[in-house]
Design a binder for this molecule. Structure first.
Ligand code: GLV
Length: 325
């Protein structure tokens, strides 16, 4: 029997690929660098399934060319690298991995808040540069306290809520904004402009959509208090990056960033020379157990789509016809 073809567009452990090979004719990209679009286009010509991740943009043109494709399964919760409108129009379900990366990402957001407010990365660089000549000093690398901070959470989805649960332990005053207002004990819901203007730390946890692009725009960044910090573990394009560069280079704002408008960050990017910005290479979900859970969820989606069944974690459930029963 001819097996359906499945394209794996990223380097994955070989034991995982071997298992997929039992059921499918697998074409797996073997390199660690992203798959070139021309190769992906070629491989998708006769493919039924696609397993991918954030490193592979999936355009409408690619999807229109992939006439047999019946499922896209991404190893990520975000689907902004996929033209989901085109996938939906073409009736291709897109599977993603919500839920399993909530705690890891919330932990990282808290880590960035602490790293920025207590100047941890800067202190580490300072020691390594051989500057620690004097032992304890009363005014060395002074920071600010999370317990005294007002923290504004943009987006009260699962990750935003998990960040708030953690902040309760630190005793922070929490403000929040969500597109549809929600109630959370001890959290004051406010308008976006007020949140930016009143917070010592603003942390972004909203999904990336056309409406949320540059939600942290120049005007909102300019309204933040001098010495305040922007934390972004969501998507780079939630922020007007040019405006943020101006704010951090002037020293008015600090930032803790796991995501950028263009990844990887190019050599010579202005953030790289700023002491007041903590930089991470998009590692919000990067714990061994979370990555395993994400792959597990992505495989569930892939197998369901290959079998012509509804995906358990579908980002565009509107592809399924409404049943009368
Ligand atoms: C990570 O950024 C994800 O969307 O899973």
């Amino acid at each position: 029997m001819v097996k359906p073809k499945c394209v794996v567009a990223l380097g994955l452990p070989s034991d995982m690929i071997d298992t997929l090979g039992d059921a499918y004719d697998v074409a797996a990209w073997p390199e660690s660098q992203p798959m070139p679009e021309a190769v992906l286009k070629d491989w998708l010509t006769d493919a039924h399934g696609l397993l991918c991740a954030l490193s592979t943009p999936i355009s409408a043109a690619l999807l229109e060319h992939a006439s047999r494709l019946q499922v896209i399964s991404t190893i990520s919760v975000g689907v902004d690298h996929i033209d989901i409108t085109a996938a939906t129009r073409l009736g291709i379900p897109v599977g993603h991995t919500p839920g399993v990366l909530v705690d890891s990402t919330a932990d990282l957001a808290l880590g960035l808040m602490l790293a920025v407010t207590r100047r941890m990365a800067e202190a580490d660089r300072w020691i390594r540069a051989g500057n620690w000549a004097q032992g304890w000093q009363s005014d060395l690398l002074l920071g600010t306290d999370l317990s005294q901070a007002t923290v504004g959470i943009v987006g009260l989805g699962a990750i935003g809520q998990a960040v708030i649960r953690r902040l309760r332990g630190f005793g922070s005053n929490v403000l929040a904004w969500n597109r549809t207002p929600r109630h959370m004990d001890g959290v004051q819901m406010v308008e976006l402009d007020e949140l930016f203007a009143r917070s010592d730390i603003v942390s972004l946890h909203t999904a990336m959509t056309p409406e949320t692009t540059h939600i942290a725009d120049r005007q909102r960044l300019a309204s933040m208090r001098a010495g305040a910090a922007l934390i972004n573990t969501g998507r780079g394009l939630l922020v007007d990056e040019a405006a943020l560069i101006d704010e951090v280079c002037s020293g008015r704002l600090n930032a803790g960033l796991d995501v950028f408008s263009v990844e990887p960050l190019r050599p010579g990017h202005p953030f790289l020379s700023q002491e007041n910005v903590v930089l991470l290479p998009h590692v919000g979900s990067a714990t061994a157990s979370t990555r395993l859970a994400m792959v597990g969820r992505a495989l569930e989606n892939l197998h369901a789509g290959m079998a012509g069944q509804a995906l358990p974690y579908c980002a565009n459930p509107e592809v399924y016809p409404i049943s009368d029963s």
